[in-house]
Ligand binder design. Structure first.
Ligand code: XIL
Length: 315
């Protein structure tokens, strides 16, 4: 099992990939070797988000998403569509819409994007709604909730289902990895949508801090699996204060093992693990959580870390 993808099979082991990386590293042998040999899944890091794919109303730009999708399909990656309905990285024009006009624009967005990708590529799944809850378990007051109420969630899945894309429909969030108010709320919505055949999978982002993983990952994943959906780890990274200490590097290796084991404990219901990038050089962490980094399996120079070895061993 000399690679992540071989060790993970039959599950996929994916990474977030962005056009900037694909363009910069088309001629970088390290990128090619690591990306193609180590991984078997991809999520476009930003390219399929609303602000990039429909920056003006009904003006679609699939260029970036198509580059990632073509790379993924050419290398037989499991490709995750990310995402359709999300309050962040939303095109500003959407925020100004109200009522039925907002809903019509949302239907058009979901339908047009999913139809485009269905025609030209193979996508394993779509994150239809991303980050819909607050930590206390209430609904996040995004433009859809404010304008349309909580039914925007099942209604978005009804539209996505009607596209008949063959892709599984996921709901994706963070801070839902352990048992808490937020995961309780997500589970309630998942149970209701599963009963109506609207949702197939739940994505747990898993943007973690070293040494601070929820203690009940496995139990929480299990209650979602018991609801009849599959699950995936969708955006895994485990950050630490910079510069990394020896102790944190060792703890990180243990923490990656804990996440892998919580997935494996679900049997075939946990279908894959995706890290939010390949190398720390291009990770979103340092620019988002200031003073932290070293969150992925490969360092700035593509050198595999102890966490890479522990991950392969655990898989
Ligand atoms: C992040 C990207 O990695 C960054 O490049 C971008 O600036 C912001 O978004 N949850 C998600 C991902 O679902 O889409 C986010 O990706 C990280 C948090």
């Amino acid at each position: 099992f000399g690679t992540l993808k071989a060790a993970a099979a039959p599950r996929y082991f994916g990474a977030a990939l962005g056009v900037p990386h694909l363009m910069n590293f088309t001629h970088d042998p390290l990128f090619d070797v690591d990306a193609v040999l180590q991984f078997s899944g991809a999520t476009p890091e930003n390219e399929m988000k609303w602000m990039n794919i429909e920056p003006e109303r009904n003006m679609f730009n699939f260029t970036g998403g198509d580059i990632v999708a073509a790379f993924a399909n050419a290398n037989d990656y499991t490709l995750r569509g990310h995402n359709l309905v999300w309050y962040s990285q939303l095109a500003p024009w959407v925020e100004t819409l109200t009522g039925e006009d907002l809903w019509n624009a949302t239907v058009n967005h979901i339908t047009t994007v999913m139809t485009h990708y269905k025609e030209d590529f193979v996508l394993y799944c779509w994150d239809v709604v991303n980050e819909a809850f607050n930590d206390d378990g209430t609904y996040r007051e995004n433009v859809w909730y404010t304008q349309l109420g909580p039914d925007y969630i099942p209604n978005a899945y009804t539209v996505a289902r009607s596209v008949n894309s063959g892709s599984k429909l996921y709901i994706n969030d963070y801070n839902t990895e352990g048992i808490n108010n937020k995961s309780d709320a997500l589970l309630t919505v998942v149970q209701s949508m599963k009963a109506q055949n609207l949702v197939d999978g739940v994505g747990f982002q898993c943007h973690f801090i070293v040494g601070e993983l929820p203690p009940d990952l496995e139990q929480n994943f299990a209650r979602f699996v018991a609801a009849g959906v599959e699950i995936a780890i969708t955006e895994l990274d485990i950050r630490m204060n910079l510069p990394p200490s020896e102790a944190d590097i060792i703890q990180q290796a243990k923490d990656y093992t804990t996440v892998v084991n919580a997935c494996l404990a679900q049997g075939e219901a946990c279908v894959g693990i995706t890290t939010w990038g390949i190398t720390d050089l291009y990770s979103w962490v340092p620019s988002t959580f200031s003073g932290t980094g070293y969150a992925l399996l490969f360092d700035d120079n593509y050198v595999p870390k102890p966490a890479y070895n522990s991950t392969i061993y655990a898989l």
